[in-house]
Design a protein around this ligand. Structure first.
Ligand code: NAP
Length: 406
């Protein structure tokens, strides 16, 4: 990562992003321009996340400096914080994998983008910062009318949903499909993308509290904690489903496979079942993988079923997926322009509130995307009884003040 460590901890920020002028002033004065960033200090609970001051990175050859306006929070960030992701950097590091913003400076050799362009950007980690230096191959120019909030929400989840549906599962007319976590950003992306193909019947699982908000997007919704969703789906589709998109893993992998009809396709794209408490549980991790039945190719051959997997970050950063992702992002932006894809923003949080934002996701409470906004001020905290008593005591002191000698 291009960020140099200034490492000044800051739990309350001014909320004012350092702008180009500030950066230029700092450079002429010989000081390094600073920014705020959300740093994971060590793997664990929400208290390991701190807002710190860092030096604004300098874009290298082939990179641009993006002034960040909105960041997308993903379930992966929660798992990364816990230490449940295999290939994350060593702590401390800046969290976040996606953002939107505008280009503030160009590194050498950058010709296809210019200062001022509004973009979405992906990074292995480090987007929860006021500015990031990122290679142009991970930067996508946003259409004029798209807001920064929409840009940040139309990133990883929409690209992953698009690639799973159209490239992995080969969605075509008349198919039946199940997606878990239907009320999250990716689940909603799947529901919107399915509308582009005729006569798709979509089944989803989501907590009951979300059903009303997303009812119009799915044909059938089930709360998997309150019913046997396999049995419920088989009552409606006795032969099973054509496509199962599974972000849960563990027992749900076996259920998903069993739900497939002949020629059906199962896609594993997440392991949410490993998350149980606030910190990583080795037991949940081991149990999730242990519970997955091994399926031999001969069984797939006999039963005419396919099993596949999709991991967006591995594809983009480790497996040369840049060109394919650029094509998909441009397509997603076009579909947004014609009103087919419209992300739902659940809520926005300040840098200082990233722990709270993660807690909301962990507590199954978000409908749509949670965004982190660098310029947003933290919400005032409710006054506690102790604080009220303290303030009453101090106001009593104020009343007593005239008694003191003049
Ligand atoms: N492979 C890829 O390329 C890729 C890309 C993006 C996302 N993903 C995966 O897609 C899934 C959805 O991602 P997202 O970012 O849109 O997040 P999200 O759906 O907003 O995630 C939060 C929701 O997940 C559900 N959930 C399921 N198991 C959970 C658990 N153990 N703890 C807490 N919540 C749980 C909850 O909804 P309900 O209670 O309503 O079920 C919760 O509200 C995640 O598994 C993520 O890792 C994969």
């Amino acid at each position: 990562m291009a960020t140099t460590e200034a490492n000044t901890e800051q739990t309350t920020g001014s909320g004012e992003p350092a702008d180009q002028t500030a950066a230029a002033d700092a450079t002429t004065k010989g000081t390094e321009p600073e920014m705020r960033a959300v740093v994971l200090q060590s793997f664990g609970g929400a208290n390991r996340v701190k807002v710190m001051k860092k030096t604004v990175p300098t874009p290298k050859d082939g990179e641009v400096l993006v002034r960040v306006k909105a960041c997308g929070l993903n379930f992966l960030d929660l798992m990364t914080r816990q230490g449940s992701v295999d290939d994350c950097p060593r702590t401390p590091f800046i969290l976040g994998t996606e953002c939107s913003g505008y280009i503030e400076a160009l590194g050498t050799g950058v010709e296809d983008l210019k200062v001022g362009d509004r973009v979405v950007a992906f990074q292995r980690s480090g987007t929860f910062a006021e500015a990031i230096a990122v290679p142009t191959k991970y930067v996508y120019e946003m259409p004029n009318k798209m807001t920064y909030e929409e840009g940040a929400a139309l990133g990883v989840c929409y690209a992953a949903a698009y690639m799973m549906l159209y490239e992995v599962a080969n969605l075509t007319k008349g198919k039946t499909l199940l997606v878990h976590s239907a009320g999250g950003n990716l689940g909603i992306a799947v529901s919107q993308l399915c509308k582009m193909v005729d006569e798709i019947k979509i089944f989803g699982t989501a907590s009951t509290a979300k059903h009303q908000a997303i009812n119009d997007k799915f044909d059938h919704l089930f709360d998997r904690t309150a019913c046997d969703y396999v049995e419920a789906i088989k009552k409606i589709e006795p032969k099973g489903l054509d496509i199962v998109l599974d972000c849960l893993c563990g027992e749900d992998t076996n259920r998903g496979y069993d739900l497939l009809k002949p020629m059906g396709k199962y896609v594993l794209y997440g392991i949410s079942n490993v998350v149980t408490g606030e910190t990583r549980s080795f037991f949940s991790y081991a149990r999730t993988w242990w519970n997955v039945d091994s399926v031999k190719p001969g069984k797939l051959w006999d039963e005419n079923k396919s099993m596949s997997g999709f991991q967006f970050y591995h594809f983009l950063f480790n497996q040369g997926g840049e060109e394919a992702v650029t094509t998909v992002m441009n397509e997603i932006f076009k579909l947004h322009t014609v009103n087919i894809l419209n992300p739902i923003i659940d809520s926005t949080y300040a840098f200082e509130e990233v722990g709270e934002a993660m807690l909301k996701m962990h507590d199954h409470k978000n409908v749509g995307k949670i965004l982190i906004i660098p310029e947003q001020e933290p919400k005032p905290k409710p006054v506690t009884v102790t604080e009220t008593a303290a303030s009453e005591a101090s106001s009593t002191d104020d009343v007593k003040e005239p008694d003191t000698p003049k």
